[in-house]
Write a protein that binds this ligand. Structure first.
Ligand code: CU
Ligand code: ZN
Length: 182
């Protein structure tokens, strides 16, 4: 990706208020969709869990991508959430999705780190109702075709918290839900 002087990523961990929709977030200015460039994934339960969810990717006018992930039927707390390199959720444990999407060959890190996997979205916070929302803005992936395109990759929700340090997985445990981005 071309260099920028702006921060590499802005991460919004959705508050309970966001459950009503994926709209405004704090004082961040709303960015308008570029018009049409969007992709979705439907996450299915894996590894014996009951977790389900959805993910939506929208390319913005400034070239960044807004990601909204919604999860249900999970245990309360922080769970690792990544884009994995292979759009294949066919195995019962979702290991078919491969490792984290990492076209730049960077180490695993936090979504706020300058050098990280393009698929490193950190953690999603699940509430006592078993539901959670995560909104991420990133310049590390695209919706349109290219080496960083998210289409044909997989979104994976994990059993445990991503510690954002352990290589190359964040020690986030089993893959509890997986969905191919289309
Ligand atoms: Cu993962
Ligand atoms: Zn990673």
């Amino acid at each position: 990706m071309k260099s920028r002087t702006v921060p590499q990523a802005v991460l919004f961990v959705a508050a309970a208020a966001l459950a009503a929709g994926c709209g405004s977030s704090g004082s961040a200015p709303p960015a308008k969709p570029a018009g049409g460039a969007s992709a979705q994934a439907v996450l299915e339960s894996k590894s014996g869990s009951a977790v389900t969810g959805t993910a939506a990717f929208t390319e913005l006018a400034d070239g960044w991508v807004r990601v909204h992930v919604h999860i249900e039927n999970a245990t309360p707390g922080s769970h690792g959430l990544h884009v994995h390199e292979k759009g294949d959720c066919s195995t019962p444990d979702a290991t078919s999705a491969g490792g984290h999407f990492n076209p730049a060959g960077n180490p695993h890190a936090a979504p706020t780190a300058e050098k990280r996997h393009a698929g490193d979205f950190g953690n999603i916070e699940i509430g006592s109702d078993g539901k959670g929302d995560l909104e991420v803005r990133t310049d590390q992936i695209t919706v349109k075709p290219g080496p960083n395109s998210v289409v044909g990759r997989a979104v994976v929700f994990h059993e445990k918290t991503d510690d954002m340090t352990t290589q190359p997985t964040g020690n986030a445990g089993a893959r509890f839900a997986c969905g191919v981005v289309r």
